[in-house]
Ligand binder design. Structure first.
Ligand code: SF4
Length: 69
């Protein structure tokens, strides 16, 4: 799985950072930076961040077959 952000939608609410601080960093004024696109053991926290992002800017995609090996 891989985290993807649509920066056209991100408004810097930082809900994602609250849900998964190991995966996201959001500056006081600005947009999210994904610290680790592959959530690994933080997958559940990543799912919560995707669910609760108020602008639905985040998604989890599974398009990298080599990561499943
Ligand atoms: S919660 Fe959504 S809108 Fe807020 S910083 Fe994270 S990605 Fe951006």
């Amino acid at each position: 799985m891989r985290l993807v952000v649509d920066l056209d939608l991100c408004q810097g609410h930082a809900v994602c950072q609250d849900e998964a601080p190991a995966l996201f960093q959001v500056p006081k004024t600005g947009q999210v930076e994904i610290l680790r696109a592959d959530p690994g053991t933080d997958l559940e926290a990543a799912r919560l961040a995707v669910r609760y992002c108020p602008t639905q800017a985040l998604s989890l995609v599974d398009d990298s077959p080599e990561e499943r090996r």
